[in-house]
Design a protein around this ligand. Structure first.
Ligand code: HEM
Length: 202
């Protein structure tokens, strides 16, 4: 006999249920589910492929950093990925709405105010990063905000993005360590620091 599901929960035993997850009686509508799917596809695609293109451009522009990476790939790749995300800042900004009044650095903000958070700029803050314009894969600590600031909206895919970049970079640096990037075809956007096409040779 099948065990009864808790009230409001979708029972899923063996065969997958086609119904969306239901928590405490609430579930996403079809429209919300569709929007979330589009968010995942866009947020998870433009960002990582852009970061990888920037990685190739940066390792071409800074051969000393490539040499450092190749000299100890396993121990330096994690730092390289963080520095690529800081330096490239694939997501340039986000616009948010204040949920309550807030004061910082002599500025008063009111509930409902619309604010823009420039991650690209924060990632070059000279009060946080020594020589912020330098691409340095050994930078430590590297408290960049390329995946957003701390809080409930911190990038949902940050772990996946780090894993994707690590795997791709490790494969490239192992199989074609001399790969170099040519002139990028940039995305015309103030929101995504995107690369549409990047010729490479090896
Ligand atoms: C290098 C790659 C990536 C970068 C630079 C990036 C950057 C960001 C940033 C800056 C935000 C806003 C955070 C905030 O407001 O504090 C964000 C949110 C988000 N990201 Fe990413 N992201 C990347 C990869 C991914 C991947 C691979 C996925 C999923 C497959 C993903 C899914 C999301 C989602 C769903 C949100 C919205 C989270 C929310 O508002 O609660 N991202 N990302």
């Amino acid at each position: 006999m099948a065990a009864a599901s808790p009230p409001g929960r979708v029972r899923s035993r063996g065969r997958r249920s086609a119904r969306p997850a239901n928590i405490d009686g609430e579930q996403l509508t079809s429209a919300e589910l569709a929007s979330f799917f589009i968010l995942l596809v866009v947020a998870g695609n433009e960002t990582t492929r852009t970061a990888l293109s920037h990685a190739l451009m940066l390792l071409t522009e800074y051969p000393d950093q490539r040499a450092l990476l190749l000299a100890d790939l396993e121990n330096r790749i994690e730092g390289a990925v963080e520095e690529i995300v800081r330096y490239a800042s694939p997501v340039v900004f986000m616009r948010r709405t204040l949920t309550h009044d807030y004061a910082t650095k002599g500025q008063d903000y009111r509930e409902g105010d619309k604010v823009v958070l420039y991650y690209y700029s924060a990632n070059r803050d000279e009060t946080v990063f020594a020589d912020p314009g330098r691409f340095d894969i050994t930078r430590s600590p590297n408290p960049h905000v390329g995946f957003g600031g701390p809080g409930p909206h911190y990038c949902l895919g940050a772990h996946l993005a780090r894993r994707e970049l690590t795997v791709m970079l490790r494969e490239l640096m192992t199989r074609v360590p001399d790969i170099t990037a040519g002139e990028p075809d940039r995305l015309l956007s103030s929101f995504i620091n995107g690369i549409k096409r990047l010729p490479c040779q090896f």
